[in-house]
Design a protein around this ligand. Structure first.
Ligand code: CMP
Length: 137
């Protein structure tokens, strides 16, 4: 089933100059429907990760996600949500499989290079968070 998902290249990967390599790898598997580079505000990051509010890592996550620019993309492909999560690898790069984006580019569990939506409902909300319908081409 063709699906769309949201991808974020996080501040650690952008800072390290790895955004282009990550985007090229993503593009070899998915169609990039929309893409922006932006600096998240604290309010935007807090809202985007609202599902994690109250968790011990929440404040650090908001701090980190606003520490520099990110690249956000809407991706499309067959089973894009699960397949992009496969390409990313486990949240903790120590547990990520060889060849995955997090194995190659993540520094730690919190500085883990990339984000991907985890379900169709969250994908729809996350894509709409960054892209109005007219920008999804
Ligand atoms: P992400 O896929 O962007 O979704 C939530 C993020 O919280 C996750 O990636 C991690 O970068 C970050 N995080 C930090 N600590 C933890 C933790 N203990 N468990 C889960 N996520 C964490």
């Amino acid at each position: 089933m063709k699906q769309r998902t949201l991808s974020i290249v996080k501040p650690d990967a952008v800072r390290a100059g790895n955004a282009g390599k990550i985007i090229a790898e993503i593009e070899s598997h998915f169609r990039i429907v929309a893409m922006r580079k932006l600096q998240l505000s604290k309010a935007q990051a807090a809202a985007f990760y609202a599902v994690h509010a109250g968790k011990p890592f929440y404040n650090d996550l908001v701090e980190f996600m606003t520490s520099g620019p990110v690249v956000v993309m809407c991706l499309e492909g067959e089973d894009a949500i699960a397949n992009y999560r496969k390409l990313m690898g486990a949240t903790n790069p120590e547990k990520a499989e060889e060849g995955t984006l997090r194995k190659k580019y993540a520094e730690s569990m919190s500085h883990n290079a990339v984000h991907g939506s985890d379900a169709p409902e969250t994908a729809a909300v996350e894509v709409a968070f960054f892209f109005p319908g007219c920008d999804l081409i």
